[in-house]
Design a protein around this ligand. Structure first.
Ligand code: SF4
Length: 311
């Protein structure tokens, strides 16, 4: 198949191509003020979670690609993310999705959970986190990345509830650390400007308080605290609501995965020239040039994607 944007046949790029993203969910009710995935404020359709059927994804993964001797699943990267508009704790099918990817690739690919964590006293989110912890204990999911900021519900959650929610999340994640390779990352996110409510210094102060409270109130030991990796991201990418809702002027390009060390590790093993996304809703495989360090912005830019196969 001849590709227009990528200027070559798929057969020419197939050895330089990995699928690192699967869009199986649309919509997120978390209403983060800065979210890069949504452009126009808070549209009702963007707040409603819609999930594509799992058997459609399984069908796509099993499709054979003529002339290659391979199936679509053979191009899956070792670490797969959802699209940037998904909160795993608000997506009922997330655990089954993670199991499917793990099972269909004979345990060579895993889903990364990137989440803002539970909201205090929102019980369905606790149950969902429990299901993810179970998968982490069974090695189905290795990486949980907890995005830390003040942005959920349009930035209107009070500070105490926000902080308590992160403590609740980390304490519930603790049993997942049973396996030595499990990685839990706290991604501190904010802006460099102290006059803004999103100032990263405030987020850092909150995380320092959280660490203290985990020790004092929940008896975490130093060794367990050291297992939590911290990634510090100073400014948000100036796309989506970030531009209109929180006036982000300084923009950093960044990766979908907000853990620089993890990204480096994944890339050092296997860095293709092209990345792919399976869109289960549209039943397509899309491709784009991989621009390391810029995958978040490139993901939400439709001009950068080209359809490779329709199923
Ligand atoms: S940043 Fe994540 S949790 Fe927040 S609205 Fe966007 S997709 Fe949802």
């Amino acid at each position: 198949m001849r590709l227009l944007f990528l200027h070559m046949d798929f057969s020419e790029i197939q050895d330089q191509f990995l699928v690192d993203m699967v869009r199986k969910t649309l919509g997120c009710p978390e209403q983060c003020a800065h979210c890069g995935a949504y452009k126009d404020g808070f549209q009702v359709q963007d707040l409603r979670v819609t999930e594509a059927p799992l058997n459609e994804l399984a069908d796509i993964l099993m499709r054979a690609v003529e002339g290659t001797g391979k199936r679509i699943k053979d191009w899956l990267a070792s670490d797969i993310t959802t699209d940037v508009n998904t909160e795993p704790l608000q997506t009922k099918g997330f655990p089954d999705f993670a199991e499917l990817i793990y099972g269909m690739t004979n345990h060579t690919s895993r889903i990364i959970a990137i989440s803002h964590g539970v909201r205090k006293n929102v019980r369905p989110m606790y149950d969902q986190l429990h299901a993810i912890v179970d998968l982490m204990q069974r090695d189905v999911i290795k990486n949980f990345i907890l995005t830390m900021d003040f942005e959920r519900l349009k930035g209107k959650i009070d500070e105490k509830t926000n902080e308590d929610s992160y403590i609740e999340t980390l304490d519930r994640l603790k049993p997942a650390l049973v396996l030595p390779e499990t990685r839990i990352t706290v991604s501190l996110q904010g802006t460099p400007r102290p006059e803004q409510p999103q100032f990263i210094g405030r987020v850092e102060e909150m995380y320092a308080r959280i660490r203290r409270r985990l020790v004092e109130e929940l008896h975490w030991d130093e060794e367990t605290l050291q297992r939590i990796h911290v990634d510090r991201r100073e400014s948000y990418t100036s796309i989506g609501r970030a531009t209109t809702m929180v006036s982000i002027l300084e923009a950093e390009d960044c990766d979908v995965i907000p853990d620089a060390m993890l990204v480096q590790k994944i890339r050092s093993k296997n860095t293709p020239k092209f990345r792919g996304r399976i869109d289960v809703f549209r039943r397509v495989l899309e491709g784009q040039y991989l621009r390391p360090g810029m995958t978040y912005g490139d993901t939400v830019d439709p001009k950068r994607w080209e359809t490779i196969f329709e199923f």
